[in-house]
Design a protein around this ligand. Structure first.
Ligand SMILES: Cc1cc2nc3c(=O)[nH]c(=O)nc-3n(C[C@H](O)[C@H](O)[C@H](O)COP(=O)(O)O)c2cc1C
Ligand code: SF4
Ligand code: SF4
Length: 268
């Protein structure tokens, strides 16, 4: 949302935009008003100023919907810590899927949540290739399996040779959809991790299971031919996730060790 300036018919000179972003808003003492001043076009389009202006006085190039719901002012009213903690701790990596495809509208919902994940400097370059064709998924899975087998990794190689002979998909677990996040921006290595996490949690609200497939990420990053010819992707792959209706039910949340912490005991 590149900022175009201030609509002074609406502006009440509250200066909140200046507090939100003193880099590109400044006080013009002579005119006694706030001005948007970004001669070098450095504004990163984060939209913080627009979101803080109560008077809708900041003009911007429309790049999408401006969400305006009451709870946005205090998001803690939307979900309790207890609900969120339960929801997130119940998130499991699903490795069994029904044959059913996910409706486009639900995949759109997952992507719509992913787009709200933070990105460094608000640079929005992530792309997502969705592979839903079973034959293509199988080809991709075979290419990844071959890559792992060739790596002679004692953890996987023998197991994967056996699985391949038996026709078991140990890469995508017969998931109906494989989502590959990619771009040419190296900063997306980190951005993609957060976006995929957002997407997986959104998927869970829709009754969908998911799993991060680091093995596919590793092999496809190294195997240009599989990446370009099977997945049709140019550039870097930053993350691979599978999605579908789970066949597995978890009755408990497995234990996880506490994060080793320093400084916590100093707090009251
Ligand atoms: C970066 C990353 C890579 C992963 N790669 C794979 C993978 O290639 N195949 C797989 O079955 N699971 C993969 N997983 C899932 C992990 O094995 C799983 O998150 C972990 O065992 C904890 O289980 P949970 O997600 O059910 O809590 C990956 C997870 C992460 C975060
Ligand atoms: S926040 Fe909005 S109303 Fe307040 S000074 Fe800035 S543009 Fe004007
Ligand atoms: S969009 Fe972000 S960077 Fe640009 S002027 Fe507003 S707050 Fe500043």
């Amino acid at each position: 949302m590149p900022i175009l300036g201030i609509d002074y018919d609406k502006c009440n000179n509250c200066q909140i935009c200046y507090n939100a972003c003193w880099r590109y808003f400044r006080r013009d003492k002579e005119q006694n008003k706030i001005v948007f001043d970004d001669p070098n076009n450095l504004c990163d389009s984060c939209g913080r100023c627009v979101a803080r202006c109560k008077s809708d006085a900041i003009m911007y190039e429309n790049i999408g919907e401006l969400l305006n719901f009451e709870e946005v002012q205090d998001p803690s009213t939307l979900i309790s810590y207890e609900s969120m903690h339960k929801f997130m701790s119940a998130k499991r990596s699903m490795r069994g899927y029904k044959k059913k495809k996910v409706p486009k509208a639900d995949i759109e919902k997952v992507l719509d949540t992913m787009k709200y994940a933070p990105t460094g400097a608000n640079i929005r370059t992530l792309k997502c290739t969705i592979i839903s064709d079973d034959e293509k998924i199988k080809k991709l899975s075979d290419a990844v399996m071959d890559g792992i087998i060739a790596s002679n990794n004692p953890r996987y190689t023998e197991r994967f040779i056996k699985a391949k002979k038996q026709g078991i998909d140990t890469i995508f677990f017969n998931a109906p959809h494989v989502l590959i996040i990619h771009s040419r921006n190296p900063g997306d290595a980190m951005n993609s991790t957060i976006a995929i996490t957002y997407g997986m949690l959104a998927a869970q609200t829709l009754g969908l299971g998911s799993c991060w497939i680091g093995l596919a990420h590793g092999v496809l990053s190294a195997n240009k031919e599989a990446r370009e010819k099977i997945a049709g992707i140019q550039g870097n792959i930053w993350g691979v996730m599978i999605l579908g209706y789970p066949t597995q039910i978890y009755y408990k949340v497995p234990p996880r060790p506490d994060i080793k912490t320093k400084g916590l005991d100093d707090l009251e």
